[in-house]
Design a protein around this ligand. Structure first.
Ligand code: 2F8
Ligand code: CA
Length: 129
């Protein structure tokens, strides 16, 4: 596994697993924010059950989940990634998603105001958007 200044390379992208906790919005601002569900196996295994924010939110979109990097959210294909019973919009205030377990079913919706570690994703090529 290639690791460069904390960025881990996996299948064409580099991923940064933070060591500090931030709100979802702060994390998103810190990242050159490119998260995706395509690599969930790599992500949940590496996250190892520690909660990390990922780039999936329904804030500001009338309840529709969307990836901040513009990757289309595939509702059917994404079913298998939610922890059973999630997303439950606990307290009517859970609009951001973190990885919460070390299993494929690792997604939980949580309040964006909570602070968690976070994962940034960027292209292999520094010049790519
Ligand atoms: O039981 C699942 C439930 O657990 C917590 O709420 C009690 C989570 N809250 C946070 O992680 C902040 C809920 O998101 C989760 O659904
Ligand atoms: Ca939840």
């Amino acid at each position: 596994q290639v690791v460069s200044q904390g960025w881990k390379y996996f299948r064409g992208h580099f991923y940064y697993f933070s060591q500090i906790s931030k709100t979802w919005y702060s994390a998103q601002q810190i990242c050159i924010s490119r998260n995706s569900h395509l690599t969930s196996e790599f992500l949940y295994r590496t996250a190892g059950g520690l909660p990390y924010w990922i780039g999936l939110t329904k804030a500001g979109s009338e309840g529709d989940w969307h990836w901040v990097d513009g990757t289309p959210y595939n509702k059917v294909q994404s079913e298998k990634f939610w922890i059973p019973g999630e997303p439950n919009n606990y307290g009517n205030n859970e609009h951001c998603v973190n990885l919460k377990t070390s299993a494929l079913r690792s997604w939980n919706d949580a309040s964006c105001d909570n602070t968690f570690l976070f994962i940034c994703k960027r292209s292999y090529k520094p010049s790519d958007p």
